[in-house]
Structure formats: C-alpha cells, structure tokens
Design a protein around this ligand. Structure first.
Ligand SMILES: Nc1ncnc2c1ncn2[C@@H]1O[C@H](COP(=O)(O)OP(=O)(O)OP(=O)(O)O)[C@@H](O)[C@H]1O
Ligand SMILES: [Mg+2]
Length: 393
C-alpha cells in the first residue's frame, strides 16, 4: 500500500507527465488546420465572403451528425472572416450563439437579451416585455451599421423551445435599413427543419451544407494532429488507430475519438504508466460506455425506467415482449402506478433500441404466428450497473 502511494506521488513529483498540452484535447480548442474539412471550409467561406463587399450573404443551414466538425468549421471560418474584416476596416460582425445552452436561449427573451448583451447593451434578466427587448435589439443593430453573421448553433433546441424566436429573426431584415443579418443555423437533428413553417424553412435554408461522418482513416489523422498534446514517446500509432477505429464505428464522431484518446491517457497516467497502451483504450471504451448508460438511465422518465427494470429483472438473454410487458405491469402495480398500454411499452422499447440499449427481433413461432423478442445489448457488468441505478425506484 505504502509503496503504491509512494510510486504515485513520486511519478507526479518527478514532473513526468503523459500530457504536455492537455488543452489541445479540450472540446473548445479549435486547431489551426481542420483535416478533411478543407472543402467544407471553402464552401462556407464562399457563401459568407460577399459580406466583405457589404452584400448580405445567403442564410445557411448546416447539417451533420454529432462530432462531424460543424461547430469547429464555422468558428474557424468566422474567425478568419472577422480578421480580414478588421484588417480592412469593413463593418462585418460574426456573432456565435449556442442556442442549446439554457441560459442563452431557453426563451425568446433570453435569446434577444443575450444578443443585445453581445453588442454591449445592458438588459436585465427579467422585468422588460419580450417585444421591448426585441425592439432594443433592432435599434442596436441599426445604430451599429454592419453586416451581421449570426450563427445559431444547436438550433434544433431553439426550434423546440422557442420557434417564434427563429421565425422573428428570419424576418428581422425587414425591420432594418442600415444593417443586414444573415443567419447560419447548425443542427445535428435532420428533422428540425421539418418542424418549421415553410416560409421560415425556405428563408433559412437558402444554402445548405451537409457534413458527412468521418471514416477511420480521417479520424486517425485528426487524432494524429493532436499528438502535440502528449509528451514525446507517449503515444504509439497503434493506439491512435485503435481509438480511430472504435470511433469510426460509432458514427464517425471526432469528439468521441478525442475524448477516448484523452480518457485513455488519463487512465494511463493514473497507473503511472509512461505510455498509453491498447489496454488503456479498451478500459476507456468501457468507462465511456458505462458513463453513457448511466447518463441515459438517469434521465429516463419514470415509466421508461420501469420498463428497463422489467427487462433487467427477467434476467434472460432473450425475452418475449409480452413477458417484458407482464413484468412491467407487475412492477408498476407494486409501485402503485397505473400501467401504460402494451402499445406504449413497445414504443419505449423502440426508443431503447434507437439508443442502443436493446436489440429487438421478430421471430416466427410457427402456428402461433410472429412475435417480437428483446435482448439487452449491454455486457454483464453494465447490467449490474443498470440494476444498481434502478434500485432507487
Ligand atoms: N477536421 C477536424 N480536424 C480537427 N479537429 C476536428 C475536426 N473535426 C472535428 N474536430 C474536433 O472534434 C470535436 C467535435 O467537433 P465539433 O464540435 O465541430 O462537432 P459538431 O459537428 O459541432 O458536433 P455536435 O453536433 O455534437 O455539436 C471538436 O473538438 C473539434 O475540434
Ligand atoms: Mg457543435
């Protein structure tokens, strides 16, 4: 015991570290180069460039799955454009807003207030009617003549929480004479646009850019580019390849790949290892998977938890949906809740399947017809974890 502790403290005190610039692995860090996004960087730059001639660029909608570089590319193009505008004294303002953040855009009021504050106006948290905050926004834009490139990242959340805000912003130019606003909407939810009325939809998607998922080779290069985050000799190619291959399987998500690499290295450091090994990557994959599951389970509504509980307590590799339902009814009754219908429970199982927690299959039972079977996709240790997460029910 004493030896172990001495080893840990000795390792840290010696100044040895797996990381040399851990900040390079942070999600907020935008590297100088974005491998495999050169074309998309160019495409967005071409769409936004007319602003430098004081022409209003088309509104753009950017789609792509999580971790495909949408935010990174947009911030990259925005900062380059802002730099040129400043150097040449051209009135172009790039404004980035993450509307997925509660405190920023939970309500129409918050969004307009946030935009006003970004332009240096004071708006109290409450006490002003929403339309007055909007008028203040229009007024501020007018008093600071410019082309505004307004990025609404994670715009799906805004559409869900306050669709009126997007509707109003998409028409804001009709209230402006001295300034013009172009909107760049970013989303990883392809259905978001379908939830908009057709005028807003066509106005916002004058241009569209689609970000495809990365493949394993591309993720490898993205990770390789960040190896400056590590001390020399810490990271072998085979480890980077393993992280890349694992993340490519998971929808080509570069964020997950970077996280996997960082967690693997943290596990190595915790073991006072001077190198990141494949074993650390494998442990990191299990850790991320377990964290995901607990995040998923913890946010489930009550009945969904009960359905999962039913599935786990059947304790069988494969269960008929009827069995799951009967068990669920039994548990609901015990907890004094009125049960949902079979139809609803099937929907819930469908949601679990989309989340990757269960797999379902339709099998034929001869003259008894066809029936559906369900299995938990999760490994045994995860099953224990789900059980422990559900004990509080
Ligand atoms: N081509 C690339 N080169 C280097 N790093 C990249 C590249 N693409 C993405 N990344 C990095 O991967 C992470 C995820 O990228 P980003 O945040 O841009 O994804 P996103 O498409 O906006 O995902 P989400 O829809 O979840 O917001 C970031 O840390 C980003 O810097
Ligand atoms: Mg993003």
């Amino acid at each position: 015991m004493k030896n172990d502790i001495e080893k840990i403290f000795g390792f840290y005190a010696s100044g040895s570290s797996i990381f040399s610039r851990k900040d390079f692995l942070q999600s907020s860090y935008v590297p100088d180069e974005l491998p495999h996004r050169e074309d998309l960087v160019k495409q967005l730059a071409q769409i936004l460039a007319p602003s430098l001639r004081l022409e209003r660029p088309s509104n753009v909608f950017i789609y792509g799955k999580s971790g495909t570089g949408k935010t990174a590319v947009t911030l990259y193009v925005g900062s380059m454009l802002q730099k040129t505008a400043q150097e040449k004294n051209i009135p172009v303002k790039f404004m980035y807003v993450n509307t997925g953040l509660k405190k920023v855009a939970d309500t129409e009021y918050r969004l307009y207030a946030h935009l006003c504050r970004m332009m240096g106006e004071f708006i109290p948290d409450t006490g002003v009617p929403t339309h007055s905050v909007f008028e203040k926004l229009v007024h501020t834009l007018e008093n600071n003549p410019s082309i505004y490139l307004l990025v609404l990242d994670e715009v799906d959340v805004l559409v869900e929480k306050s669709p009126e805000a997007l509707y109003t912003l998409s028409r804001i130019n009709s209230e402006l004479k001295n300034s013009q606003v172009s909107i760049v909407g970013i989303t990883n939810d392809f259905n978001v646009v379908n939830n908009l009325d057709s005028r807003t939809k066509s106005s916002l998607s004058e241009e569209e850019i689609i970000f495809p998922p990365y493949d394993a080779d591309q993720i490898y290069e993205i990770l390789k580019q960040r190896d400056t985050a590590f001390s020399p000799g810490v990271l072998d190619d085979s480890v980077i390849m393993l992280c890349a291959a694992s993340s490519a399987k998971e929808h080509g998500d570069a964020r997950r790949a970077l996280e996997l690499l960082r967690i693997s290295a943290e596990l190595a450091e915790r073991e006072t290892s001077l190198k990141v090994m494949k074993k650390h990557v494998k442990d990191a994959i299990s850790k991320m998977y377990a964290d995901n599951i607990s995040g998923f389970v913890n946010t489930l509504p009550h009945h969904q938890k009960l359905v999962l509980h039913a599935l786990v307590s059947l304790d069988k590799p494969l269960s008929y949906t009827r069995e799951v339902y009967d068990k669920y009814v039994e548990i609901s009754t015990q907890t004094g809740l009125k049960e949902l219908t079979m139809r609803r429970v099937l929907d819930i199982l469908g949601d679990f399947e989309s989340a990757g927690i269960v797999r379902t299959n339709v099998i034929s039972r001869g003259r008894y017809g066809r029936t559906k079977i369900v299995e938990l996709t999760t490994a045994d240790n995860i099953k224990d974890q789900i059980e422990s997460l559900l004990v509080s029910l």
